[in-house]
Design a protein around this ligand. Sequence first.
Ligand code: HAM
Length: 451
Amino acid sequence: MITKPKGTNDLYGKESKIWKYIEEVMDSIMEKYNYNYIRTPLFESSELFHRGIGDSTDIVTKETYDFKDRGDRNMTLRPEGTAGVVRSFIEHKMYGESLPVKVYYNGTMYRYERPQAGRERELTQFGMEILGSNDPLSDAEIISVAVNIYKMLGLKNIKVEINSLGDKESRDRYREALVNYFKPHMKDLCEDCNERINKNPLRILDCKVDDEKDIMKNAPTTIDYLNEESKKRFEQVKEYLDILEVEYVVNPKIVRGLDYYNHTVFEIKVDTESISNLALGAGGRYNGLVKQLDGPDTACIGFATGLDRLVMALKEQVVEVPIKDYLDCFIMYVNEEEKKYATYLSQELRMAGFICDTEYTSRSLKAQFKQADRLNSKYLIILNSEDINNGQVKIKNNETKEEDLIEIEYLIYYLDEHLTEQDSFQIDDLMHEHCHCDDDCCDGACKHHHE
Ligand code: HAM
């Protein structure tokens, strides 16, 4: 038997319905915030990631899936979504449109990591980017949308940790301070950190081997090296976060593993057993990246969350996800003539908007009843040649077992009338359910209360 590659997953059955639901919620929220869906290729020129994410990052040095295509070009399966979005922004001259450009994506990324809970080799990321705004409001918006997505899905105990790396001047000063601080202690640090000191000293702070050592705990923090302008900017971001009612803590140790960040960086964590030490989502500002990839100087900020980790967190918190797992009706028959009519009728009902299925293998009626139960069908349409010739069908409520013989031409009206409103799940209902209005009398229609 051929099995799936290590670090990948098959998505099917109930699990795929949960994913679909999450994606629906995300799409719906993105629409409200006016972000447009973007899809970029699964593979790009390797150069994009080397120049974009950084030659000395773990992702590029250890984790990319690189290959040569048949034309001998160096290609890489995307390890993240931001570099591709920026490439597309430049290539299609989106900077010429009205700015900012607000986009979101949802797709598979590839990282050759050691697979473990919440660490896949093929992972799915939902991400969003604002390109062309340096306003601190955009930093706060990105963080608050991320939080709102988690809340809307019903996740609890979300922790937002923010930090600022400052502008280039602040970052350079900090880099120098870190090198001076760590240099005399290199023999106490791991092999990776010894390499990082010259290439990318900020990454020493991300070390998972030495992180409990005092030398790490007492290392200088970015905040102490911010120049006045960067400090002011960070204060403004916090002010907007307060207006948007986002709770956060400042964690001066967050530096992030990708080279492109400056100013705001953040991680969102959730208190669940298996992924409490991993970020559920993360992002930050990357004002230099567009220029670095040969585009015009453009300020940007973004965020991405792993769906694999998100689903794990929802499961561990036993969050009930409202998934559609039923049929409106199942069409049953006995003979060949009735089967032909079932074929016609099932298509008619589907086109009229009902979730409908029928028997394919002409099993006994008893087996068909069982199948309808398994599929959780609300109504059974039981065909019979004599009824069909009289222009009628038998329809049975599968819960109450009440039966009616009705004119075929009224079938659609009958189903419409009997399948109640609550059967169709609306994302907007969920948004109202999650209203955080303090007003005791709030009926969930938060718009009224906040007006
Ligand atoms: P990142 O921190 O590398 O940032 O990844 C973002 C999220 O992707 C993580 O918080 C995690 O949920 C998920 N993730 C990453 N690696 C794995 C993995 N091996 N298995 C499962 N999930 C994983 C970025 O990728 C940036 N592009 C985010 C960003 C967007 N910054 C600005 N815009």
